[in-house]
Ligand binder design. Sequence first.
Ligand code: PLP
Length: 232
Amino acid sequence: MASIAENLEVVRQRISEAAKKSGRSVDDVELVAISKTHEASKVREAIDANQKLFGESRVQEARIKIPELPSNLRWHFVGHLQKNKIRHALPLFELIHSIDSLALAQDVNRVAEEEGLHPRVLIEVNVAGEGSKFGFTPDKLREQMETLLGLPRLSILGLMCIPPIAEEAEASRKYFVELREQRDSLQNEFHVDLAQLSMGMTQDFAVAVEEGATLVRVGTAIFGERSRPKRE
Ligand SMILES: *Cc1c(COP(=O)(O)O)cnc(C)c1O
């Protein structure tokens, strides 16, 4: 079995090739190593291979893991954020990828106000309109964008999506294109800067980079299989 260092090397190489192929600079793409379900010792192996940015999807797990690790790491939250976990999450994460409803955005704004914080966030878009998924449908987002932008404590830096699970990486391409196009039209319509596009996971991150991802969220290709299901 390949080591975490070797896996990271392969993932970085593929990001770099995909960037080159699409005429982008590799410096415009950040790799978020998704360490959910994996122990701190595995994260340390990634740190030894020069990885500083990690992602978690459960607040309870992150609250245990993050304090066990060096304090110079950067952490992103990528899971569904429950209302009663907001207060714990805010100080741990420099970016929340997954603001998936107006109600959550308002709750995060309120807690941030109480705690004196200014969280940086992305808006999660349910690109395929799947009933089982969290996130704004494109129509809902357009309708609620003004209200979201009016929340004074939130810095909205961009959009995030999780396309339907598919065998082929190419199946995700159209959703990545849609997310980028929606970003472009929201920028025009609302005169805001939504520079960040969080898209691409183990099985489709190279395609995501080709379509403009600035943050790719890769777990399995770095740390190996998880024993628990994906979105826990
Ligand atoms: C688990 C998870 C990932 C990483 O998935 P892999 O397929 O293991 O790369 C990325 N994004 C989110 C939101 C996740 O929950």
